[in-house]
Design a protein around this ligand. Structure first.
Ligand SMILES: Cc1cc2nc3c(=O)[nH]c(=O)nc-3n(C[C@H](O)[C@H](O)[C@H](O)COP(=O)(O)O)c2cc1C
Ligand code: SF4
Ligand code: SF4
Length: 292
């Protein structure tokens, strides 16, 4: 039975919890909220980094009040970021058959990446009706392996991708409100492709990326934005030096959003034209939004 059949005479209340490294998933969550509200739903959008979500009692209260739960995240190696998995496993209350949906943002191929969280939600007792992947802008182009040939980051492409993404989000909103199933990545090709990306990442661990980060002192203004906004407090500044610790989830927020492009990932990225940073989706995006 669809969500609208259950709640025909009431306004549907949706809560969306999301994590976004560099703004794409923030944009997708906000766009989805607009589309749902246009159809008379009441929608709350909260970052997993926001103060409200950090407080367990507040989190439980928000969830009790919602008819439908949404989870959004960026795809990392066909997987769900560790920070989101921890939230789903350790902090999210049991579902008791509450309706839920998952959306991810990704650049090229995500296999069964949305189903990773969908499976975890099911284990917790949620009824997952939609799990979809939305293609958006690439946020990494690095000077090694296949990463050096990933799509170039530019404004024109960003605008084109957002238009297409918005069409998909309109469809997602309609399906959520109708309680209609839409589960992507359940076929053998996507399951196998997803596993092939996830297994090496599990062995290497995302923190392997942190090994290569360093700050170019000539361009750094010591604004401390990277330290303040790292989602895992992985960057320390002590005695005039930046230290990248072992809790990196490879979100590439520090690398992309440093106002001076001072954070490097191997020496090659000092060539900022060949390795441009992704400054987020636009539409009012600022780094502070990622914690709201
Ligand atoms: C470490 C890392 C791994 C990624 N792996 C994939 C991937 O396997 N498939 C894909 O399509 N995109 C991948 N991406 C691209 C992001 O999923 C994509 O740009 C996403 O929209 C970023 O969302 P955000 O801005 O909300 O962080 C990866 C990005 C990073 C930083
Ligand atoms: S965000 Fe960039 S400029 Fe600011 S302290 Fe960090 S590295 Fe330096
Ligand atoms: S160190 Fe940079 S890439 Fe790693 S978690 Fe922090 S902000 Fe993200």
């Amino acid at each position: 039975m669809g969500v609208t059949n259950n709640l025909r005479w009431n306004q549907i209340k949706v809560v969306i919890f999301y994590f976004s490294g560099t703004g794409n998933t923030w944009w997708a969550a906000q766009t989805l909220a607009v589309k749902l509200r246009e159809n008379n739903a009441s929608v709350k959008v909260l970052s997993l980094e926001s103060e409200k979500v950090q407080m367990q009692r507040k989190l439980e209260q928000i969830l009790v009040e919602a008819d439908v739960l949404g989870i959004g995240y960026p795809i990392y190696g066909s997987d769900c970021p560790g920070l989101v998995k921890e939230f789903l496993k350790q902090r999210l209350p049991k579902g008791n058959r509450k309706a839920a949906f998952v959306f991810t943002t990704m650049m090229l191929f995500s296999g069964d990446g949305a189903m990773v969280a969908a499976r975890m939600l099911r284990k917790k007792g949620y009824k997952v009706n939609q799990a979809i992947n939305i293609k958006m802008m690439n946020n990494i182009r690095l000077p090694y392996l296949v990463l050096r040939s990933l799509p170039i980051i530019n404004e024109k492409e960003n605008t084109k991708l957002k238009q297409k993404a918005e069409e998909k989000i309109v469809r997602l909103a309609a399906n959520i409100l109708a309680g209609k199933k839409w589960l992507q990545g359940r076929d053998p090709f996507n399951i196998a492709g997803g596993l092939m990306q996830r297994v090496p990442m599990k062995i290497l661990k995302p923190a392997v990326f942190a090994k290569y980060f360093f700050v170019d002192k000539e361009s750094c203004t010591q604004c401390m934005q990277c330290v303040d906004y790292c989602p895992t407090n992985n960057i320390l500044f002590a005695e005039g030096e930046f230290h990248f610790g072992g809790n990196c989830i490879a979100c590439f927020r520090c690398y992309n959003l440093c106002p001076e492009n001072a954070i490097q990932h191997k020496k090659g990225t000092l060539n900022r034209e060949r390795f441009p940073r992704y400054k987020g989706p636009g539409n009012g995006f600022t780094i502070a939004k990622l914690k709201e």
